[in-house]
Each structure stands twice: as structure tokens, then as C-alpha cells.
Design a protein around this ligand. Sequence first.
Ligand code: PGA
Length: 255
Amino acid sequence: MTKIVAGNWKMHHGPAQARDFFRSFVPDLPEEGGPRVLVFPPVIALEAVVGSDDRPDSVGVGVQNVHYEDSGAFTGETSAGMAKEVGATHALIGHSERRHVFGESDEDVRRKVAAVIRNGLVPVVCVGETLEERRGGRLEEVILRQLDAALEVLSGTTAEFLVAYEPVWAIGTGETATPEDASQAHGVLKGRLAESLSSERAGAVPVLYGGSVKPGNARDLMRAPGVDGVLVGGASLDPDQFARICEAGAAAATD
Ligand code: PGA
């Protein structure tokens, strides 16, 4: 099955660097069977990425966060409709930095998912447990609670969406979940999707793994059962490393 390789640039790469990135991003992909590639630049660089002649058309563009209202007195915020207007097709919702650095709650996530689908973007719903929660045996409880908040909105629609499992302890730390850890959590999430959605729809929801994905571990992670692709932070900033992860996605699809 075609894998998905998504790059979350976080607060890196303004417009000029974003354009430079695509001048050097040349993955060596087979004509058929390459991964679906997405990048999530900072909102200020969205237009530069969308308009870059060097960006292959096959590389989709998403926004890292949106506000849950469509407009209003919310200084500093961006609405889903505005992101769509400049050409974004996807939106990360509930990334662990949004939850843990900016205090976003499950209720915020629910409202943001609603705003995203109301405006015709595809949400990528991020879930993940902290080390303390994992050690306390609460992995399932935490990731299912986070997923359920999004499903409250999504189960009543036919909207396309993705889920990203990103254990907080593996993000930006160099600690990666093993392929077995990822498979186990993905199995839990897919079980809940199967309970909440029609079987056809549940089977169509990709679940990505994120957390210290690098060229050296990407293929093993993407060939693990239940892992449909990866969400890459640090290694997506470097065009060469990101290209190698895309190549790993192509290889994993045929493993
Ligand atoms: P990382 O970040 O690859 O730098 O660990 C992943 C993410 O936060 O999406």
C-alpha cells in the first residue's frame, strides 16, 4: 500500500528557506509506488511553498494549526478558511507541542477538527502519551481519549482524515518507538476507528507514526504492521534527509 511521508517544519524555514528547500529536494522515487508526500511549513511560508515552481505538484501542503473559529477578534491566529485560501489542503491538529506547550485541550482539538472539515481541509489528528503516562500503564487510555475527541466530530461525517501517533517522549529526543511499539499503538487506534466508523471508512484512515523518524529507521517503521506512513519533524528540515525518508517510504511499500 502507498505510504505517506509528512514533514512538520514547526517554527523553521521562513519563505526564503522554504523556497530553497524545494530547490534541493530531489527524492529518487520510482514512477509508481512512491509515497504520498506532504509538508507543513510555518503559516508565514505557506504561500511561498504553494507558489514554488520547484515544489513537485505531487507534494501536498498543510498548515500546522488553525483556530476553531472562522474569523473574529483572535489576534495572532489563522483560520482554516484562510489556510485553504492560500492553498493548504491538510491541517495538523493537536500536535503534542500544541497540547503541551500551548495548553490545547481535547475540547480545543474537537472544535479545531470541526473547523478544519467545515472549511474543506483534511485534518491530521495527532495523539500520543507522555513517558509518565506510558510508565503508568495509561497509553491506551490517553491515546483513545484524544482520538475520541476528534471522532466525536468525524464519526458523523464522511470527511477524509488521518491520525498520527506521536509518543511525546519520542518527539525531538532521538528516542524512537520501536516498530513493535508503533504497531501496538497503531493497533489500538485502528481498533477504535473500526468500532466508530463503517469498516470501509475505518480501513481508509491512514495512521502515521511520528517521533525521531530518520533516514536510518524510517523503512523499518513503515514496514511495521499498521504503520501507514510517518510524520517527520527535525529530519524533514533537511532536503536530503527528507528525500531519503521518502525513498524509504517507497521501499517499505513493497516490503
Ligand atoms: P521529530 O518531531 O521528528 O523531530 O521527533 C516529530 C513531530 O513532532 O512531528
